[in-house]
Design a protein around this ligand. Structure first.
Ligand code: COA
Length: 179
């Protein structure tokens, strides 16, 4: 999966080092929006941090242990969605995502998440897709809810965000439920 055209507006591309400049600029222009729910934003200080992240992501892909894709909306870099936390015993995989503030409210992430869920079940042959959201991150929670994921439970103090523990809601979709 090097490039996946979702529709006329939205395209996914496997991350590579030549994307580092536009990804870093996007993070840098959207820090206040991103830092509320993403613990790595304040430690992303220069483009070399973004290069390091992409290198890690490429290694993860090479090890068949998940991958990250950039999201382009009408030709502009909009955010990232990727697969992580693979459990091969139960064929489970997690999806994580973020959008630059300027691209929120257009349904981009719901479409991207639907495509990756489909890819997890039908191409990668997983049985379970999981999405974890901070309990008060209503915009993020709306994505699995819109796609019919089941709210399975709450992990108390499941994330450390800006120095505070926050509860996290777990959403799950099983292959047999995905139509
Ligand atoms: C979480 C995040 C990706 C949600 O972004 P989003 O734009 O709300 O999600 P989508 O791209 O799916 O868009 C849904 C919105 O577009 C609207 N929309 C427009 N066209 C749509 C379409 N074709 N399909 C679905 N929704 C559509 C929806 O009504 C919704 O708007 P609303 O919230 O005003 O009701 C974004 O807020 C973000 O990156 N936040 C910071 C980082 C973060 O929290 N990451 C997640 C950590 S778990």
């Amino acid at each position: 999966m090097f490039k996946y055209i979702i529709d006329n507006d939205v395209e996914l591309q496997l991350l590579d080092l030549y994307h580092a400049d536009e990804i870093f600029k996007s993070i840098d222009s959207s820090r206040d929006h991103l830092r509320e729910y993403l613990p790595w934003v304040d430690s992303t200080i220069s483009i070399s941090d973004t290069r390091e992240f992409i290198q890690g992501s490429k290694k993860q892909y090479a090890a068949n242990n998940g991958f990250d894709t950039g999201i382009w909306y009408k030709g502009e870099f909009a955010g990232i969605i990727g697969f992580h936390s693979i459990n091969r015993n139960i064929k489970s995989i997690s999806i994580g995502y973020w959008l630059n503030e300027g691209f929120v409210g257009k349904g981009i992430m719901t479409r991207a998440c639907s495509v990756l869920t489909d890819y997890a079940f039908n191409i990668l042959n997983f049985n379970r897709v999981e999405i974890q959201c901070a309990i008060d991150n209503l915009k993020s929670r709306a994505i699995p809810e819109r796609l019919g994921f089941v709210q399975e439970g709450v992990i108390r103090d499941g994330e450390l965000l800006n120095g505070n523990y926050v509860d996290c809601v777990i959403y799950g979709m099983l292959k047999r439920e995905w139509v």
